[in-house]
Ligand binder design. Structure first.
Ligand code: FAD
Ligand code: NAI
Length: 469
């Protein structure tokens, strides 16, 4: 008789592969079904990891070109070797997806390659690209099928000239002119990569601000920093069409969001980065009756259970921020729940980071949200211009902003723009996890000289005052 698994997971992204590992660690017999040739999902193959490889390399290229001189390092102008930069990216991806394979073997997780379809509760059919279909018997199923890029009606992506993030991570030459549609995380990260490598980048955004959802003061100041780096922004604007010219170039039609006269922008490449949508194709959800919400996401309860017993869902395919670490934490939680434990994710303390230079990092409430909710708050702020280590590193752009409850001093949110902001945010995540007060942070000794001292100084400024300003 064929094996019966305790748990079969469809999709091996950060949600699926982490759920598989934790479930196996807790003694469950686990299968993973993945339709791609490699494990790791969007994040490892075409998302977080390749983008960070290019962000790192392009940042160093930019620094070698413009930042070294002031530090007393005279070198000839750096020469871009784009094929080697792409090799670095490909090798980084290979090392990471190889790591997932190793962890699957180590934890005795059985893998199936092919499209997983839920034939019935307790049955997953696997259809490989070539070869025979297999049927898996399983006590429980976790859907971790992730998300795909949203498209713009009338603008056809070919991943060469009109690209999503996937094509933008794979261009074989630096576009002279890059038009980015959408000033969200993908647009700003990948726009930064190509701007650093020499593209003239124009970002067209529908709203009157960049990075919707982030603290608006942070977004405003960050936009100025990106403009200083040469990025141009057309806010409150929409792209209504892209025409391919005979010479291979593109004409992008841009209109005011509220209507009005259109203008035309020249481009060599257009990046469509207007968000991502949940991916549920091929899963057979309608056959088994798994319910979706109004935005096409799989509907789950507080324990990640769908409308059908024995079928669960996590990650980008359910509601919440589309972030790898959110998917991972839901993976751990669902595995713990299925193993009889009390799995839980604290959605109030999920950090979010934009990996540009400077970085933008945020956790908890924004000032805009606190205002809208009528919560009385106080603001502690500290600029990196007053931080010794930042001066030594010529990294004085940006600031730390901490929002705390006016009555209890409890930290409600924190926002950092600055070098390494994505590393610094975590002490605030831990503080919020323990419902800490700004004074707890202000009284914690921070090593000198570190950028993190700016975080403590922002907390000090909520009490008797910061020292170094
Ligand atoms: P996914 O990673 O999308 O994985 C889903 C997997 O399921 C895929 O491998 C897919 O092939 C498989 N699958 C789907 N349907 C089936 C089926 N029927 N049968 C078999 N297999 C199936 N997040 C961050 O936190 N930090 C970042 O720096 C970051 N950078 C990003 C950069 C880019 C360019 C992009 C596009 C995204 C980025 N993200 C980042 C978001 C992050 O990638 C996602 O939040 C994360 O991958 C979601 O994980 P998941 O497990 O839910 O789904
Ligand atoms: P996004 O939701 O972050 O930003 C999309 C932007 O496009 C928004 O500003 C929106 O107002 C704008 N927009 C929408 N329609 C438009 C239109 N027709 N014309 C002009 N602008 C329009 O989505 P993005 O950047 O595509 O990224 C998708 C998701 O991937 C993110 O939400 C994030 O969860 C994840 N991601 C996370 C990263 C990180 O954590 N560092 C990096 C990259 C992606």
């Amino acid at each position: 008789m064929a094996d019966v698994f305790d748990l079969t997971i469809i999709g091996s992204g950060p949600g699926g592969y982490v759920a598989a590992i934790r479930a196996a660690q807790l003694g469950l017999k686990v299968a993973v079904v993945e339709k791609w040739a490699t494990h790791g999902g969007t994040c490892l193959n075409i998302g977080c990891i390749p983008s960070k490889a290019l962000l790192h390399a392009s940042e160093l290229f930019e620094e070698a070109g413009h930042g070294f001189k002031a530090l007393g390092i005279d070198i000839p102008a750096p020469v871009l070797n784009l094929p080697q930069m792409m090799t670095h990216k490909t090798e980084t991806v290979a090392a990471n997806v190889g790591g997932v394979d190793y962890l699957f073997k180590k934890n005795k997780i059985t893998t199936f390659q092919g499209i997983g379809t839920i034939a019935a509760p307790g049955k997953v059919r696997v259809t490989p690209q070539n070869g025979a279909t297999t049927e898996i018997e399983t006590k429980n199923i976790v859907i971790a099928s992730g998300s795909v890029s949203a498209n713009l009606p009338g603008i056809e992506v070919d991943e060469k000239k009109i690209v999503t993030s996937t094509g933008a991570l794979n261009l074989d030459k630096v576009p002279g002119k890059l038009v980015v549609i959408g000033a969200g995380v993908i647009g700003l990260e990948l726009g930064s990569v190509w701007a650093r490598l020499g593209s003239q980048v124009t970002v067209v955004e529908y709203l009157d601000r960049i990075l919707p959802g982030m603290d608006s003061e942070v977004a405003r100041q960050f936009q100025r920093m990106l403009q200083k780096q040469g990025m141009e922004f057309k806010l409150s604007s929409k792209v209504s069409g892209v025409d391919k010219q005979d010479d291979g170039s593109l004409k992008v039609k841009v209109e005011p969001a509220k209507g009005g006269a259109a203008e035309s922008l020249d481009a060599d490449v257009v990046l469509v980065a207007i968000g991502r949508k949940p991916y549920t194709e091929g899963l057979g959800l309608d056959i088994v009756g798994v319910g979706l919400d109004e935005r096409g996401r799989v509907r789950v309860d507080g324990h990640y259970k769908t409308s059908v017993d024995g079928i669960y869902a996590i990650g980008d395919v359910i509601a919440g921020p589309m972030l790898a670490h959110k998917a991972e934490d839901e993976g751990i939680a669902v595995a713990e729940i299925l193993a009889g434990q009390a799995g839980h994710v604290n959605y109030a303390a999920i950090p979010s980071v934009v990996y540009t230079n400077p970085e933008v990092a945020s956790v908890g409430k924004t000032e805009d949200e606190l205002k809208a909710e009528g919560i009385e708050y106080k603001i502690g702020k500290f600029p990196f211009t007053a931080n010794g280590r930042a001066k030594a590193m010529l990294a004085t752009q940006g600031f730390v902003k901490i929002l705390a409850d006016v009555n209890t001093d409890r930290v409600l949110g924190a926002h950092i723009v600055g070098k390494n902001a994505g590393e610094m945010i975590h002490e605030l995540v831990v503080l919020m996890e323990f419902s800490g007060a700004a004074e707890d942070l202000a009284r914690s000794t921070h090593a000198h000289p570190t950028l993190s001292e700016a975080v403590r100084e922002a907390a000090l400024s909520l009490g008797d005052g910061a020292i170094h300003i």
